[in-house]
Design a protein around this ligand. Structure first.
Ligand code: FAD
Length: 344
């Protein structure tokens, strides 16, 4: 088989990498000048249990997420997770019945030990020791580079315009730079997948859900874990660089205010926080299928395959492995059963 993969965000990069290392002839097309120029580059990239939604078939993939990340770290020396664990708390006390596997409620002194710079640790918080974070841009670029080392052709500044259909069968992708033929086209273009995949399978209604991420410089080690509290979510992505989720509001003036307000909350919450400086913020458009991940063939003749999911930083290593396996072997992956287009 041969594959054209459209879109080099985290999903397309993972699919291209896993296909290429199985010996498939792969072409990866990206409209931007580099990988991760879509929403992936603006992600908070929290990997694990507490900060992430697991809708629909995502729940069936959850148990593999950390193991697939461990595998990627072994396969790709440039990929490293920050295994810091997370601390979350709300304005009302935590209800124990809502705890997931590997989560614990801890009290003030344990919170203070994990986050010694917090000025006023809350009475209690949910601690998830296995939670981690990754640099989403570095990870995506590492996957693309490794796909290239396994023989994949990677084309930037190449925009897929439409599917090439001959006698009712899709035979490749028409792009701004010409036709790229393949036996299978894999659409991983995030919010642009519906526009490329016509006619649409019934449940390919994919919302584009905005979310804003700020980048902040800070004293190294100011924030030790992933902290999710009523006023902000923050984590250190690399020494002295924080990612800060900004509440979503409409309009650029309101967004600027929200970014400044969130920074203010961060500064007052941490001792030493007054040295934090806002580097900038961007709003990304998260591809959000209505009922959880949509992963599978979109046409009966199996010439077009789609892969769109939310919380894709978590899911992409697992999804890429399973997708490559079923494309190469022709055996459907049972783990993806509830993710199929039209499964609901
Ligand atoms: C603020 C924020 C916080 C988040 N936090 C988390 C989190 O903690 N954990 C988590 O798992 N997820 C999180 N997410 C969601 C996560 O970032 C997304 O689920 C993920 O990045 C989607 O990856 P993707 O590859 O599907 O999309 P994209 O990254 O958008 O990739 C699609 C690629 O396709 C390219 N493309 C589009 N159209 C074409 C075309 N016609 N031709 C060629 N190329 C094309 C685009 O340029 C893009 O590079 C967060 C997102 C945001 C914005």
């Amino acid at each position: 088989m041969s594959a054209v993969v459209v879109g080099a965000g985290i999903v397309g990069s993972s699919v291209a990498y896993h296909l290429a290392r199985r010996g498939v002839e792969v072409t990866l097309l990206e409209q931007g000048p580099a990988p991760a120029t879509g929403v992936t580059g603006d992600s908070f990239a929290w990997i694990g249990g507490s900060g992430v939604d697991w809708p629909g078939g995502a729940r069936d993939l959850r148990e593999y997420v950390l193991a697939d990340y461990r595998r990627l770290e072994a396969e790709l020396p440039d990929v490293t997770l920050r295994r810091t664990g997370s601390l979350s708390w709300a304005r009302t006390p935590t209800d124990d019945s809502r705890l997931g596997p590997g989560q614990f409620v801890i009290g003030r002194s344990d919170i203070a030990a994990l986050e010694p710079n917090l000025r006023h640790p809350p009475e209690q918080a949910v601690h998830t020791p296995s939670d981690a974070g990754v640099d989403p841009t570095a990870l995506t670029r590492a996957l693309v580079a490794a796909a290239g080392r396994h023989g994949a052709r990677v084309l930037h500044d190449t925009s897929a315009l439409s599917l090439q259909v001959t006698n009712g069968r899709v035979e490749g992708v028409l792009t701004s730079t010409g036709l790229h033929a393949a036996t299978t086209v894999v659409l991983t273009a995030g919010t642009n997948v519906p526009g490329l995949c016509e006619p649409l399978p019934a449940d390919l209604a994919i919302a584009a859900s905005p979310a804003t991420l700020a980048r902040v410089t800070a004293p190294p080690g100011l924030v030790k874990t992933i902290v999710a509290c009523p006023d902000f979510e923050v984590r250190e992505v690399r020494e002295g660089d924080l990612l800060l989720v900004v509440p979503q509001v409409e309009g650029s003036a309101a967004r600027e205010r929200a970014a400044q307000d969130t920074l203010h909350h961060l500064k007052t919450a941490f001792q030493g926080g007054d040295q934090c400086r806002l580097l900038g913020y961007r709003t990304g458009s998260r591809p959000m299928p209505a009922h959880g991940p949509v992963i599978g063939y979109a046409t009966h003749d199996r010439s077009v395959y789609v892969a769109v999911m939310h919380s894709a930083i978590c899911l992409a290593p697992t999804a890429g492995r399973l997708i490559a396996d079923e494309l190469v072997t022709g055996r459907p992956a049972s783990e993806l059963e509830r993710c199929r287009p039209g499964a609901r």
